[in-house]
Design a protein around this ligand. Structure first.
Ligand SMILES: Cc1cc2nc3c(=O)[nH]c(=O)nc-3n(C[C@H](O)[C@H](O)[C@H](O)COP(=O)(O)O)c2cc1C
Length: 463
């Protein structure tokens, strides 16, 4: 795969996202997350670096599996406190013209009608620069926050998500015909009622009458991201996702997952290029190898062990604190996140102990691919993984904010650009056009969202 490398910056509207403890580092700026300046400056930086998008994660509960308590997460600030991810997007859109924004929203707790309206609004306000990371949520505490006694079981969450997306497609794609807005100031008619339709959806999980409250936005459906890596998650991704995030640290197993998603997508009638595949990447880069080692050691000293373990245990459902260091941890189909549970445990030939997992979790960069070295070495590693795994790009995790991004932009981006693997200018248009090419503002006809469009709305000239 020799195209340009897609790169997202990975964020969350919170104090500590993935690298717990590092918010306290004197050069880190994460404590500014509650203010608009933080977001405006971050977006401007990413646009200067020609990153594709800022991807903002979200959770709806606290990590309370580790020691059967939320205390470790709360004390470390591990994804709590956490503010709403969508509300910072319009401010960032004002200060940028090309950077896109992908926001996580859960299909298990938010209503599809309210969600579809919020994302149409964001798509209007950003002029089509918005994506939705579809998540089903893996924290039992989130269920309790939304009135459920317990979390919906893993695979059923995806069944709900399938129907949730079908409802959203009806609202975004089918409710308002292309020429429904036919403004006529003389008769004071804004829209043609014959072309604005209720959806009258009655399914297993949702009942929504419609019509959609928003007029069609530049992309109608936001670019769909998905990051569930279980067998059921990949099946869901193959049907809906336009960008899939694989998790893992072993290139061969990432390759298997990438191939599986592409094969299933093709069986679902989608074209090979309809799905971009990305994985998370940690980067430690400096001008020479001595400086690289110094930087790694310096960052490592700030890791908060309890914060890292709180996130791991909440994500997987394994309470490592209830086991001893020498106990072997074996994979099981947890109702939390199965991709996370498989991260260290999927290779039955190489059993891992609690101690192994704790060591990996507390060593920065061990939960993702880690590109470390000089700009040339980092670019070499990135290119190698792109080809070896069949990736389209990466999602860059921050150790220090915004220093991780600044380092990447100032040192690695010019090297990748010299190699012709990284954009020097943005493609004009919406997020979908920037990813898939001019003329692709809307979902293609072959996507399940494209299939529900009434004939008048079908963009038959799309590539
Ligand atoms: C890059 C990446 C980003 C993710 N972002 C979120 C998020 O913002 N919110 C969330 O609840 N889950 C998030 N997840 C978790 C997934 O949505 C999913 O729940 C998890 O991978 C488990 O799904 P699975 O059981 O199908 O593997 C993310 C996962 C990855 C790899």
């Amino acid at each position: 795969m020799s195209g340009r490398i897609i790169v997202n910056g990975f964020e969350m509207n919170c104090l500590a996202h993935m690298a717990h403890g590092l918010w306290a580092h004197p050069r880190d700026r994460r404590r500014g997350y509650t203010g608009l300046e933080y977001w405006i400056e971050l977006a401007a930086l990413l646009e200067r670096g020609r990153l594709d998008a800022l991807f903002i994660a979200d959770v709806l509960g606290v990590y309370d599996t580790f020691r059967s308590s939320p205390d470790a997460a709360v004390a470390a600030g591990a994804q709590i406190p956490a503010n709403d991810p969508a509300l910072v997007v319009p401010a960032m859109a004002v200060g940028t013209t090309n950077l896109s924004f992908a926001v996580s929203v859960s299909t298990s707790y938010e209503s599809p009608f309210g969600h579809a309206r919020r994302f149409s609004t964001l798509d209007h306000l950003t002029q089509g620069r918005v994506g939705w990371n579809v998540v089903t949520s893996y924290l039992p505490n989130a269920a309790k926050n939304f009135g459920w006694e317990r979390m919906v079981l893993h695979d059923e969450r995806y069944d709900r998500a399938d129907e949730y997306l079908d409802v959203c497609y009806q609202l975004w794609e089918a409710s308002w015909e292309e020429d429904a807005v036919s403004v006529d100031g003389t008769t004071q008619r804004y829209a043609d009622p014959a072309k604005v339709h209720p959806i009258d959806h009655r399914g297993d999980f949702f009942s929504v009458a419609g019509p959609h409250l928003c007029e069609p936005s530049p992309q109608r459906t936001p670019v769909i991201y998905q990051a569930g890596n279980s067998a059921r998650g990949r099946k869901f991704a193959a049907r809906h996702a336009e960008c899939v995030f694989l998790s893992g640290v072993v290139p061969a197993s990432l390759r298997r997952s990438a191939d599986d998603v592409r094969t299933q997508a093709s069986a679902a009638g989608r074209a090979p290029d309809d799905v971009k595949i990305l994985t998370s990447l940690s980067v430690i880069v400096a001008e020479d190898e001595t400086a690289v080692c110094r930087k790694r050691e310096e960052l490592q000293r700030w890791v908060n062990v309890d914060g890292m373990l709180a996130q791991y245990c909440g994500t997987t459902g394994f309470d490592l604190a209830a086991m001893s260091r020498s106990d072997v941890v074996t994979y099981r189909d947890t109702d939390h996140g199965q991709g996370g549970a498989a991260l260290f445990t999927s290779d039955v030939q190489r059993p891992v102990t609690v101690g192994d997992i704790v060591d990996s979790m507390t060593q920065l960069g061990e939960t993702t691919l880690l590109a470390i070295g000089t700009p040339v070495q980092v670019a070499d590693q990135m290119e190698e993984w792109i080809d070896e795994i069949g990736l389209d790009g990466f999602n860059i995790i921050q150790f220090l904010t915004p220093e991780t991004f600044t380092d990447f932009i100032d040192m690695v981006v010019p090297e990748l650009q010299r190699r012709g693997r990284y954009q020097t200018e943005y493609t004009p248009g919406t997020f979908r056009e920037k990813l898939f090419g001019p003329g692709r503002a809307l979902l293609p006809d072959r996507h399940p969202g494209g299939l529900v469009r009434p004939p008048a709305c079908v963009p038959s000239d799309q590539p």
